[in-house]
Ligand binder design. Structure first.
Ligand code: UDP
Length: 194
């Protein structure tokens, strides 16, 4: 799809509806996908950390999360169609997972928050198969955590470690997976647990 460059980050010129449609098609084809929802903090962090910028550039899709990104693109005379909040995109993916009985892994946040979030997911999306979960306080290159995620053969992996850790974790382990949608979701489990 068409890309829009904002400070060296190539955003996809797309809407939330289009994005979900694309992701649904990729899941049905078992096509592995790394999706980044980048807010202004993420874009600014990438300016200071070239390694992180490369990590972001390795994603299949970069979606504008935050009005600052939309405004930046507009100022640069290369507007994006709409803001796509990461939390909303995650909810739409949960909806899809519910409809299609997909396997979802939840990685990140504090243990109590995670358990509460999963209770709420099970209540609100009974069709979802919770493939597994693990709290977010582990060493970044912990192999047991990766194996656990991999062995659960998830269709979707939500990684709530905060940036830049969540995108780094996905980037570093992505090659180990055959399929799955991988997305960093920041503080979303905290919201889901409420
Ligand atoms: N978190 C984690 N492991 C860490 C640091 C943070 O699992 O080592 C979790 C934290 O508990 C929270 C989430 O990451 O649920 C997002 O944190 P924050 O809101 O600070 O990140 P942002 O939304 O700004 O990316």
């Amino acid at each position: 799809s068409k890309k829009v460059d904002v400070l060296g980050i190539e955003f996809d010129h797309t809407t939330k509806k289009e994005t979900i449609h694309t992701l649904e098609k990729r899941i049905m084809k078992n096509k592995k996908t790394f999706i980044v929802t980048a807010n202004p903090e993420i874009v600014m962090h990438a300016q200071r950390d070239p390694q992180y910028k490369k990590t972001l550039q390795s994603a299949d899709y970069i979606i504008p999360d935050g009005i600052g990104v939309i405004m930046g693109a507009k100022l640069l005379k290369n507007p994006l169609p709409e803001r796509i909040p990461g939390f909303d995109l995650m909810k739409d993916l949960l909806h899809l997972a519910n409809k299609e009985s997909l396997r979802v892994f939840f990685l990140g946040a504090r243990e109590e928050v995670l358990n509460k979030a999963i209770d709420n997911v099970k209540r609100d999306y009974p069709g979802i198969q919770v493939a597994g979960c693990h709290h977010g306080f582990f060493e970044e290159n912990d192999l047991e955590v990766v194996s656990m995620v991999k062995e659960s053969s998830p269709d979707m992996v939500f990684v709530a470690l905060g940036f830049p850790r969540q995108e780094r974790w996905i980037h570093n382990n992505y090659h180990l997976f055959q399929k799955g949608i991988f997305m960093g979701v920041g503080g979303s489990f905290d919201v889901l647990s409420g």
